[in-house]
Design a protein around this ligand. Structure first.
Ligand code: ADP
Ligand code: MG
Length: 261
């Protein structure tokens, strides 16, 4: 049975998609079977996995509306497969923006993704879900499907404030919809140890959240930012870069964490 994780933070531009695709590629690289689900209508995780969102015949939209199964809709990015970091992609594009409205009147609307994943979860070690920057019906589908939430965050002053909202949302979903849901960990991303404030916030995080803070730190690294324009994760684009190596280290840390779960 796969372990299912949402990569979530209601803020935009904090590194969710970068984390999702590089963790997926890092896990694939160390031999794990991975399904990556793009739940953001922007489709950045789809494009960043080497899959053209404009050419998707079926997407996560069809799966949410139960007009297709994950087995029918999943695809792979050829460049990633070639690099030995291939994983399955349940892609997204603008169609998904409509799902929000269409789901409102449907039964079991927040459990659609969960039910679909349940049919394939024996085929994977990990399912990673890239969430949109909101606490919407789409994110709720992600949170209802998952065993845990991985929260990428920049070590900035306001990051701590946003975290309280997210932790409360996780608590509510756990109490009402998904008793399995846990905060797995906080991942410090785009980190620059030369910036004193980032070091201070990092220390505060450890003081408040203790072992919920992952040991791995993802540095600010331009190769990670360049990779999406080549349609691959940084782990594939420049495996020797600091960013890529830290994501492979994070994949190893995740494998260890789930063994302890
Ligand atoms: P989100 O999915 O939360 O909106 P993204 O993963 O798209 O965030 O990241 C926002 C921007 O920051 C993107 O341009 C991405 O390439 C860049 N970025 C993310 N992580 C890093 C990093 N560790 N170093 C440098 N740039 C990064
Ligand atoms: Mg994103």
């Amino acid at each position: 049975m796969a372990k299912i994780f949402c990569v979530a933070n209601q803020k935009g531009g904090v590194g969710k998609t970068t984390t999702t695709v590089n963790l997926a590629a890092g896990l694939a690289k160390i031999g794990q079977r991975v399904l990556m689900v793009d739940l953001d209508p922007q489709g950045n995780a789809t494009m960043g996995s080497g899959v053209d969102k404009r050419k998707l015949e079926l997407s996560v939209y069809d799966v949410l509306l139960e007009s297709a199964s994950i087995e029918e809709a999943r695809v792979q990015g050829p460049k990633l497969v070639e690099a030995g970091c291939g994983y399955d992609v349940l892609g997204a594009n603008r169609d998904l923006a409509g799902a929000e409205v269409e789901l409102v009147d449907l039964e079991r609307r927040e459990r659609r993704l969960k039910n679909a994943i349940a049919k394939v979860d024996d085929q994977y070690d990990f399912v990673l879900i890239d969430c949109p920057p909101s606490l919407s019906m789409l994110t709720l589908n992600g949170l209802c499907s998952a065993h845990g939430v991985v929260v990428p965050m920049q070590c900035e002053y306001f990051a701590l404030e946003g975290l309280t909202d997210l932790v409360n949302t996780i608590k509510q979903v756990k109490a009402n919809l998904n008793p399995d849901l846990q905060l797995i960990g906080l991942l410090r991303v785009m980190f620059d140890p030369r910036i004193t404030l980032q070091m201070q916030v990092s220390d505060q995080l450890k003081a408040h959240f203790a072992d919920k803070v992952f040991d791995t730190i993802i540095p600010r690294n331009v190769r990670l930012a360049e990779a999406p324009s080549y349609g691959v994760p940084g782990v594939v684009f420049d495996p020797a870069s600091k960013g890529a190596q830290s994501f492979v280290g994070f994949a190893q840390e995740m494998v260890q964490r789930i063994q302890a779960m």
